[in-house]
Design a protein around this ligand. Structure first.
Ligand code: PLP
Length: 403
């Protein structure tokens, strides 16, 4: 069975200011590619020479929009890319990326030829897949590189050390194959106690020592890469830090937030004291209140659980979310925000004047983690890719928001 890639959204090149590019939009995501490039430079300086920065751009580049983010990362000098599924890797090649791309997740053996022909480095979990890759490589006159993922204690994907060793040795004798290296992944990288990571690393090292002929090793995500210098090995798989966000337990170089989420108020109205608002009337006006309607909902990735908890910025003021989040919109209390009219920008993530709301804050309000908050942002939201305010391109998934 083959997965069908979703149609690539249209990316248009622009050259306007953010205000111009968003004047006819209800809601949008802004992605500052210049800030992201500075983050890449800061991370590379921190990692030092000899450690590849493997940019993890799975899940639509953590919701930022892979079609703008990935080419900019290649220009910014990342060494390799990693995604989870083959279709994500093929999309990167379709975007014109030339650096090595590693697929971290499971690939069904019938898809081996697609991977070989696009020069994708798979993570191989079975002799079946190794044989399929070998056949495809021989047929295409190519060499297929793959990595073996060792389950060193996360007990999620990969092979046990014994299985990994067995597969590596069996695959070594198949034509057209190169076992390039080994990977593993830590269970407790976000914790303060490193003892389990140490045990995992020791287990990984024992397998690695037996496979010196497969020399490329990678074990670290953002937290491990920045907290555990010894675990950097040949490359580190960095996702979150590219977006200017560090895990709660991690100190690191100075990074800049890359993404903002904004919408324009589509209705401003008043309710008298005691009136209930939105589904279930879970919020009642404690005083005569002015409300603003924000055209973003849980179908855009703005969690329903944020209702009555979060806040957004309007004219630099924190305006509490009131009532339940609906599928496509939610309400805020703008009584204290000064004169506000329809069309006024509300900032859900990002800065407005001297105030800021970080993805980390939204995640905490929603009872989740920033990885979840970012990767939940849906394709329905247009992506505006800019460099410090100068718009480079715009992605629109269905033309819904453009005049
Ligand atoms: C998503 C992922 C990463 C990136 O993690 P960050 O914490 O975002 O840096 C690294 N390795 C694997 C296996 C992943 O699935």
């Amino acid at each position: 069975m083959t997965n069908v890639s979703p149609p690539a959204p249209e990316t248009r090149r622009c050259g306007a200011t953010l205000a111009d590019a968003t004047s006819a939009l209800n809601s949008w995501v802004e992605v500052n590619l210049a800030a992201q490039a500075r983050n890449v430079a800061s991370l590379k300086a921190e990692l030092g020479p000899g450690v590849d920065l493997i940019a993890v751009v799975k899940a639509n580049a953590y919701g930022a929009g892979v079609e703008g983010v990935a080419p900019a990362l290649e220009t910014a000098g990342v060494d390799r890319f990693a995604v989870v599924w083959l279709d994500e890797a093929l999309r990167l090649r379709a975007l014109g990326l030339t650096r090595p791309i590693i697929v971290l997740g499971h690939t069904p053996p019938p898809r081996a030829a697609e991977a070989v022909n696009a020069g994708i480095t798979l993570t191989c979990e079975s002799l079946d897949l190794a044989r399929a890759l070998s056949d495809a490589a021989v047929a295409a006159g190519r060499v297929s590189k793959f990595h073996i993922h060792i389950d060193s204690g996360l007990h999620r994907d990969g092979l046990t050390p014994a299985e990994g060793l067995e597969l590596a040795i069996a695959a070594r004798s198949l034509p057209g194959l190169l076992v390039e290296g080994l990977s593993t992944h830590m269970a407790n990288s976000d914790e303060l106690d490193d003892s389990y990571s140490d045990a995992q690393y020791a287990a990984f090292e024992r397998v690695a020592a037996e496979l010196a002929w497969a020399p490329y090793r990678h074990a670290a995500n953002t937290a491990t890469a920045l907290r555990r210098g010894a675990f950097r090995l040949n490359g580190v798989r960095i996702g979150l830090a590219l977006h200017g966000i560090l895990p709660a337990n991690t100190a690191g170089p100075q990074l800049e937030p890359v993404l903002a989420l904004r919408g324009r108020l589509i209705r401003v109205h008043e309710v008298p004291t005691g009136e209930g608002v939105s589904y279930g009337l879970t919020w009642r006006a404690p005083r005569p209140s002015r409300l603003g309607l924000v055209p973003i909902g849980y179908a855009d990735g703005w969690r329903r659980g944020l209702g009555n908890l979060g806040a957004v910025l309007v004219t630099g003021h924190r305006c509490p979310m009131v009532g339940r989040v609906c599928m496509d919109q939610f309400l805020i209390d703008i009584t204290d925000a000064g004169p506000v009219e329809v069309g006024q920008v509300a900032t859900l993530i990002g800065t407005d004047g001297s105030a800021a709301i970080r993805a980390e804050d939204v995640a905490a309000d929603a009872g989740t983690i920033p990885w979840d908050t970012l990767s939940s942002l849906q394709a329905r939201l247009p992506r505006i890719f800019h460099r410090d305010g100068l718009v480079e391109s715009v992605t629109d998934s269905g033309g819904l928001h453009h005049a």
